[in-house]
Design a protein around this ligand. Structure first.
Ligand SMILES: Nc1ncnc2c1ncn2[C@@H]1O[C@H](COP(=O)(O)OP(=O)(O)OP(=O)(O)O)[C@@H](O)[C@H]1O
Length: 520
């Protein structure tokens, strides 16, 4: 919510981007997206009553209920006529024809069979939706009109008033179907209302029949029966007739006011429906953007700090951990400085070559079997890596030394990569010395702003010494390391090497991986 509040696009809530006349979105692309959203959204997995498929279904249920009520009223209030019965029969068939796919869509959604889905998509398409919507919205009004007969206006039984009220009620149904274009619904309502207005204004059925036929014997008889006193028939009948006249004007006024109300409501409904969908679409877009930004931030963070460490940092803001029997590797391109020439383009070309080489090395970290191997950093032309720092992935290994074996395999692959690189890049013949050691280390993150993940300890120092005193194209290890890995790898004794701070140390050079050695 905070994010949306800060969003500059928040203005869409106050200044809806819609055309004030047509109510279409100003941006044609957005209008297309809105219309396609209304069509059967099979990708829609969220079950919400605000989704178009639920709105369509509820609109159709309301429409069917409305038609049932109007039909019952017509059935009870008027003499049954064949055109009416035929029409109502066809109207119900159409309602069920439209309601069935909508119901299936609501119940089964994207798991509908392809044929049914095609049918649902056909009905929910923008234009078909409007054609069928216009027909269904007009059904109650047409059902009332199909009962029309001037006969009901010629009696004083009140059926003409009932008819007008029923017709007014049927006009309200043009406010249903919120997803349809409001202009279309309002025009249809106006046409239906205008027909009644024409009847009333032109008085074709003699709504005010008594005024012009005051001396009509039948009418006087009827009026006298109603009033029960023949002597006062003349004035009473006139009073009634003037009442009829007044009623006519009242109904005309009601029709006009109702039409205004329908225009207003339809417009408001469409604006709010469009805005709610627009808000949803905008929120979805914002969510996707936020997700993308979060993924980018995570990606950046994981490039600086291993994933398991960054997960801890999100909760505690400090990280420091001791690890037992971790593998540490230093791989240095020992003759990079011999090639580097700052006088040529300020050394840019050589840095590009180094970058490419490191890129090739880093591709190895993406190989799934090196999941235990973590890049620590590059120091100039030296790559530092370690294995077994993630307790979770380490726990999943069948062999407790698997991460150490993996790191040794990784070191061998680094040498192969360099060989490949030398073969591909003309004029360069890089050589690499690799130092490997295992033991206890402490890992931690230094700093609160520009974080730096690193490992420290004697194990690291000795590993560094292994490469600095190592041989080109070889992997040098300590005696302990050679013993630890001897089950899977063969080593050759190199001799005693002087290590600063440690004195003379026996070192070994990797000969090869033992035939058939596996550990996964
Ligand atoms: N976290 C680390 N990252 C990079 N290199 C490291 C790290 N820890 C130790 N080293 C390297 O290991 C080598 C051995 O370190 P040690 O502390 O034993 O001696 P030193 O006196 O600091 O080393 P030097 O004489 O090379 O400066 C050093 O060259 C140091 O750069």
């Amino acid at each position: 919510m905070q994010c949306i509040r800060e969003d500059r696009d928040i203005k869409y809530l106050h200044h809806p981007p819609i055309n004030h006349c047509s109510l279409n979105f100003i941006d044609p692309a957005f209008e297309r997206q809105y219309r396609s959203q209304l069509s059967a959204d099979d990708q829609d997995t969220v079950r919400s009553l605000a989704r178009p498929r639920f709105s369509t279904f509820s609109d159709l249920v309301v429409s069917l209920t409305f038609l049932v009520m109007i039909s019952i009223c017509c059935f009870l209030g008027f003499t049954l006529q064949t055109p009416w019965m035929v029409f109502v029969f066809l109207a119900f068939i159409l309602e069920f024809l439209l309601l069935s796919p909508a119901l299936l869509d609501v119940c089964f959604g994207s798991s509908l069979s392809p044929t049914l889905r095609r049918l649902v998509v056909f009905f929910s398409n923008w234009y078909t939706r409007h054609i069928f919507g216009a027909i269904v919205a007009s059904l109650p009004a047409v059902a009332v009109y199909s009962n029309f007969s001037c006969h009901m206006f010629e009696t004083v039984t009140g059926s003409h008033l009932f008819y007008c009220i029923l017709l007014l009620t049927s006009l309200v149904h043009f406010c249903n179907f919120t997803m349809l274009n409001s202009l279309m619904k309002s025009v249809l309502a106006s046409v239906a209302g205008l027909v009644l207005l024409v009847f009333l204004v032109t008085d074709v059925c003699h709504f005010t029949r008594g005024v012009s036929l005051a001396d009509d014997a039948a009418f006087i008889t009827a009026a006298s029966t109603l009033v029960g006193n023949t002597t006062t028939v003349g004035p009473t009948a006139r009073a009634m007739l003037s009442g009829n006249e007044q009623l006519r004007y009242e109904i005309i006024l009601n029709v006009v006011l109702l039409l205004f109300l329908i225009w207003f409501l339809n417009r408001e409904f469409e604006i709010s429906y469009r805005l709610s969908l627009h808000g949803n679409m905008q929120a979805q877009k914002d969510r996707e953007n936020m997700q993308m930004e979060k993924e980018q931030a995570d990606w950046l963070l994981h490039n600086i700090i291993p994933e398991h460490v960054s997960n801890i940092l999100k909760k505690t803001s400090k990280y420091c951990e001791n690890h037992k029997e971790v593998g540490v590797l230093f791989a240095k391109v020992i003759n990079y400085d011999d090639f580097y020439d700052e006088s040529f383009e300020g050394g840019r070309e050589y840095l590009r070559v180094l970058n490419e080489l490191m890129g090739d090395f880093e591709d190895l970290f993406d190989i799934p079997r090196y999941k235990d191997v973590e890049k620590i950093k590059t120091i100039g032309s030296c790559l530092m890596a370690s294995s077994g720092l993630n307790p979770e992935t380490r726990k999943r290994n069948k062999d407790p030394n698997a991460h150490l074996y993996h790191l040794m395999d990784f070191a061998s692959d680094l040498l192969k990569k360099l060989e490949q690189f030398n073969a591909e890049i003309f004029n360069f013949d890089f050589e690499m010395a690799i130092g490997y050691n295992f033991g206890d280390v402490t890992s931690g993150v230094i700093g609160t702003t520009k974080l730096l993940y690193d490992i420290w300890g004697d194990t690291v120092n000795i590993s560094s010494r292994m490469y600095s005193t190592g041989l080109a194209g070889k992997i040098q290890v300590t005696e302990d390391t050679a013993n630890k890995l001897s089950e899977k790898f063969e080593f050759e004794y190199r001799g005693q090497i002087f290590v600063k701070g440690k004195g003379d140390m026996k070192t070994y050079i990797l000969a090869k991986k033992k035939d058939g050695a596996t550990w996964d």
